[in-house]
Ligand binder design. Sequence first.
Ligand code: CUA
Length: 327
Amino acid sequence: MARFARSARFDRLATGRRMIALLALASMAAGCAPSVVRYPMDTLSPKSDLGDWVTSLFWQVTVWDSIVLAVVVVTFLLAIFVFSTREGDEEPPSTEHGGVALELAWTVIPAFILLAITWPTVKTIVRTQPEHWPANTLTVRVVARQWWWEFQYPTLGVNVADEFHIPINRPIHFELISEDVIHSFFMPALGGKRDVIPGQENQMTLIAYVPGNYYGQCAEFCGDSHANMRFRFVVDKREDFDAWVKHQLEGPVKPTSKEYTYNFKGPDLTHFGSRTTLAGSMLDNTPANLAQWIRDPRAVKPGANMPTLGLRGDQLNDLVAYLESLK
Ligand code: CUA
């Protein structure tokens, strides 16, 4: 019987060890994964100068935090297992009068650690809020609304929604404005997150340096469809960006068959068919998803202001076909 009990315990221990090894392996594998593909909202693999500064600050603070944690845990364990009094021990000496050296140490060392955290923090804050930017800076005006994003390029005459492009290795200056409530413009891969506040223009400047497709998200609760207020952005090589701008400046395609007129306030749809997503980047831009979105917008995005047009059959199919043709 005793033997059986020991072997069961041994089994449990072995299973525990295997679980720990598995967890360690899984976390190692996760760390090696190409982050943007598997973790689109990862902030720890920055692809811009701004992201580099913020991530570097994060690691500096984390190192200090870890040192403090290690000292506290070791002291705590020593106090419990080594320096605790046991039954029959003599009374410990009185601690009514503390040691001067000890008190000095626990005042000076934390003060030094706070300073070591404050200095790079203040430096990073100043660095990420430049007052002036180089002459070749591209301005992107970001307009937040419940619950979609509009991106305007005042110097290029381009105006898009849900999805925008920026060139690599060129300073981008984002002007952030809101037309209704407080939102937050968050591009994890570029390290930028800043509140977008009605009546106040906020700024963000950065240089992206890795081409690719990235995800963004509103990061401030702003009503029913806050979680659905997403966007995508593409960091382009110089020539790809120029080609994109040229394409955006071309006029809209004229409908070839029957004509319908729909009027509502919403995003510019001139090149709608060339976008990869729709409905605040909630759905991939496919004819089936577009039809679903037009048929019942609130089923996709609760609270959406997009009107239900009541289209069915041919009318709906014609509109979907036309919008998708707007490449
Ligand atoms: Cu906009 Cu949350």
